[in-house]
Design a protein around this ligand. Structure first.
Ligand code: NAP
Length: 280
């Protein structure tokens, strides 16, 4: 597995297996299958409600902790310093680990400044090797960076062929924050997997269009999180290190970028209302 170096000299694997939207009863098998296929990095979150099952799978696999990379994210209902501290303890317990490789503030809502201050302290004490945020647009990222001691190591944001985030990527590069992608496949919307630009490139390398999408991220220096419950797709999504896109191909794929979030989801007032209704 290839890694990207972070601004604190720690690293992040280019490929992580994400466990969003996997039922708790299916999670242990999915993680064991993913480990079997070769995944070693797992992208978790408190709000996925399956950290316990991920912990069980990891413990059952008997793979040494040092060979794994575990991320989790603090949810908005746990925003603020004290609640973040308490909730991270529960995440550690559920994941059956005494440290996290990467700990993120999941969304920029609620008292995320308080949460980020807790993350800085957790990093100081060694509970989190790297810290960062998720779903922070460039303005919020800059603001957070300007008013805290530690520049986030990572910002995990939606990044797909339809929403390539070149502008946000520029700001992240300027600040030294690693851009990590979620939603790389855009749910296959608008016939993404049979798009002629992607098909042409895939045929040239004897790869699938999905592999071209993921490889494009790697060649842009963007680690990503992906998920499938099907072992043959798990394998397909990790089999990316025997080819490389050139600059022209990356530019061609850039033609698919609409510059707008296809789901128009993450910064809507409705969404903030929905998420923040969970804060008690
Ligand atoms: N930070 C955030 O706010 C945030 C938000 C969303 C997601 N995430 C993270 O990102 C991870 C990935 O989520 P995502 O939404 O980005 O999912 P994704 O990996 O883009 O797509 C998952 C969907 O694509 C299908 N799929 C996977 N591999 C495929 C392949 N090779 N060919 C065709 N279809 C394929 C899967 O179906 P099958 O299972 O049927 O194969 C599944 O329905 C999550 O698990 C989570 O860890 C983070």
């Amino acid at each position: 597995m290839d890694f990207k170096k972070l601004n604190n000299n720690e690293k992040i694997p280019f490929i992580s297996f994400g466990v969003f939207d996997i039922n708790p009863e299916d999670t242990k098998k999915a993680v064991l299958d993913a480990l079997d296929v070769g995944y070693r990095s797992f992208d978790n979150a408190q709000v996925y409600y399956n950290e316990k099952e991920v912990g069980q799978a990891i413990s059952e696999s008997e793979i040494p902790r040092d060979d794994l990379y575990l991320t989790t994210k603090v949810w908005v209902s746990n925003s603020g310093y004290d609640k973040t501290m308490k909730s991270v303890n529960k995440s550690l317990e559920d994941l059956q680990t005494d440290y996290l490789d990467l700990l993120l503030v999941h969304v920029p809502f609620g008292d995320y400044y308080g949460s980020y201050r807790a993350l800085q302290d957790l990093q100081k004490e060694g509970t989190a090797l790297s810290i960062g945020v998720s779903n922070f647009d460039p303005a919020r990222l800059l603001d957070l960076d300007m008013h805290n001691d530690v520049t986030p190591q990572v910002n995990q944001v939606e990044t797909s062929p339809y929403y390539q985030q070149y502008g946000a990527n520029e700001m992240m590069k300027k600040l030294g924050v690693a851009h990590q992608s979620w939603g790389a496949l855009a749910d296959g919307e608008n016939n993404l997997f049979s798009n002629p630009i992607l098909v042409d490139i895939a045929e040239k390398y004897g790869k699938t269009t999905v592999q071209v999408i993921f490889r494009c991220l790697i060649d842009r220096g963007i680690p990503f999180s992906c998920k499938s419950l099907k072992p043959h797709r798990m394998k397909e999504n990790i089999d990316l290190f025997d080819f490389k896109l050139n600059k022209k191909e990356i530019e061609k794929i850039r033609q698919l970028d609409s510059g707008e979030d296809p789901f128009e989801e993450y910064f809507s007032a409705e969404l903030v209302e929905d998420f923040c209704s969970e804060i008690v």
